[in-house]
Ligand binder design. Structure first.
Ligand code: GLV
Length: 327
């Protein structure tokens, strides 16, 4: 008998076809966002789950689903998993690193450029029919080439952004991370390690690429925003909750920093109302990894993790591989 899996959100039809060759699949091509109770009810008789970042798998869900053995997230971030609770119950978690690195770094850089050069604001102005004449300082923004690029969180995506900044735009790249990179990687990215304080004070453009956890909650709040240059831009492609969005909305309103580019939000898909009313912010709906080839590669990797697990009791990108060692 084929193992039973739940695909919690809509996916590419080819992904469903692929999964159906190996599993008895319950899918959600209507893409309904299920409540926790509904997700739990549907997971109760399943051996595995294909999840996305919006499907919370916690101790309560796990307790109600004793057959569940693996949750394969179609995302590199996995703060929707209570990994400790999963490990305690012998449930494997997997994610989709690497396949999205370059696409996400492209987007982070694009968002930085759109923010610094005021692309969204000026486009709205044009569409609204307000463009009637040339003006010497019309939507004058800040430069990217030659500026100081600060990166907070220097994993694979952070390194991709550093390379783009240093090699493509001649930026002076500084970074802060929980642990310092080895000298060879620093040299490859042309990035210099600095304290968080120096990063905040000296970056012309600050990009956030660190994972979300209780420890990184509100890493950037009012106090940190106050340390930044008034001409600085802030870009968040990491996770909602890393920035205190209410504090950021006030800082943007009062021009305590110049502008922000945000792909992720606290409590998304809701967006803090203060961010919707300030002009100096570029807002995108959590799409940094969303190119067609990359989303297909993420879906394939998540599916392959399920297939590997049920056929060979291993996984390509496990998060808590100690579970695999358990009998
Ligand atoms: C997207 O946010 C991801 O974690 O892949």
């Amino acid at each position: 008998m084929k193992p039973k899996i739940l695909v919690a959100r809509a996916v590419f039809p080819e992904t469903l076809d692929y999964l159906s060759q190996h599993f008895e699949v319950e899918s959600n091509q209507a893409d309904t966002v299920w409540s926790k109770a509904e997700l739990t009810a549907r997971l109760r008789d399943k051996d595995g789950a294909f999840t996305t970042g919006s499907d919370r798998i916690d101790a309560e869900v796990l307790a109600a689903c004793p057959k569940l053995k693996i949750c394969a997230n179609m995302a590199v971030g996995y703060n929707n998993f209570d990994l400790e609770a999963m490990t305690a119950r012998g449930v494997l978690g997997t994610n989709t690193p690497d396949v999205l690195t370059e696409t996400t770094a492209d987007f982070g850089f694009a968002l930085l450029m759109a923010t610094a050069r005021r692309m969204a604001e000026s486009e709205h102005y044009l569409r609204a029919g307000q463009w009637t004449k040339w003006s010497y300082d019309m939507f004058a923004g800040s430069d990217i080439h030659g500026a100081t690029l600060g990166i907070l969180g220097m994993g694979r995506i952070g390194q991709g952004i550093a390379r783009r900044g240093a090699l493509g735009f001649g930026m002076n790249v500084i970074y802060h991370n929980r642990s310092r990179l080895d000298a060879a990687t620093e040299a490859e990215c042309k990035a210099r390690y600095v304290s968080k304080e120096e990063l905040l004070k000296t970056a012309d453009h600050l990009v956030l690429v660190l994972p979300y956890s209780a420890a990184s909650h509100h890493t950037i709040g009012a106090a940190e925003l106050a340390q930044m240059k008034p001409t600085a831009t802030l870009v968040n492609i990491a996770r909602g909750g890393i920035v205190d969005d209410a504090a950021l909305a006030l800082a943007l309103r009062d021009k305590r920093i110049a502008a922000a580019g945000l792909d992720v939000f606290e409590g998304e898909p809701k967006v803090h109302p203060g961010l919707l009313t300030v002009p100096n912010v570029v807002l995108t709906p959590h799409i940094a990894s969303s190119s067609v080839p990359t989303r297909k590669a993420m879906a394939k990797l998540a599916a392959d993790n399920l297939i590997e697990f049920f056929s060979k009791r291993r996984a390509l990108t496990p998060l808590n591989s100690q579970v695999l060692a358990q009998t």
